[in-house]
Write a protein that binds this ligand. Structure first.
Ligand code: ZN
Length: 139
């Protein structure tokens, strides 16, 4: 079951160049910067009323974000992530309904969340991430 929108992923060329816009022009507060080696990205998070913005900067030319930036040189909205009670259940449900999965089994993303992506070919063009909170002491 999907509980809420967890975050909106936004591809940026540079986190250092982008954080001041969100902090100064919009008055949001950056909650932290974290590198996710598995996804070859550096991330910065902003809490907007419980829904987060996740800025994504590629750390390698092979990063999916680097490929996105080749097609969208100014960056832009990259994916929407839904927070699920059980990501394995939600993946199975999507698959049963004919959705192509990018990840058949969940991987570990930022904040130790279990994450998995659905293919935009089957999601009406929106790259969709399903995620589940990790076993983190800070909740
Ligand atoms: Zn994400």
């Amino acid at each position: 079951m999907i509980k809420k929108i967890d975050h909106i992923g936004i591809a940026v060329k540079s986190i250092d160049d982008s954080v001041p816009y969100y902090e100064k022009a919009l008055g949001l507060k950056c909650e932290g910067i974290e590198e996710v080696a598995d996804q070859k990205v550096k991330t910065a998070f902003f809490n907007v009323g419980g829904v987060h913005l996740e800025l994504l900067e590629p750390t390698s030319p092979e990063s999916p974000i680097a490929k996105f930036l080749e097609k969208n040189p100014h960056g832009g909205v990259h994916h929407i992530a839904f927070n699920c009670e059980d990501v394995v259940d939600s993946l199975a449900r999507a698959k049963e309904n004919g959705v192509l999965l990018i990840n058949e089994t969940p991987k570990i993303g930022a904040h130790s969340k279990k994450i998995a992506f659905l293919h935009p070919k089957s999601t009406k063009g929106v790259l969709t991430e399903l995620c589940q909170d990790g076993e983190c002491c800070c909740g």
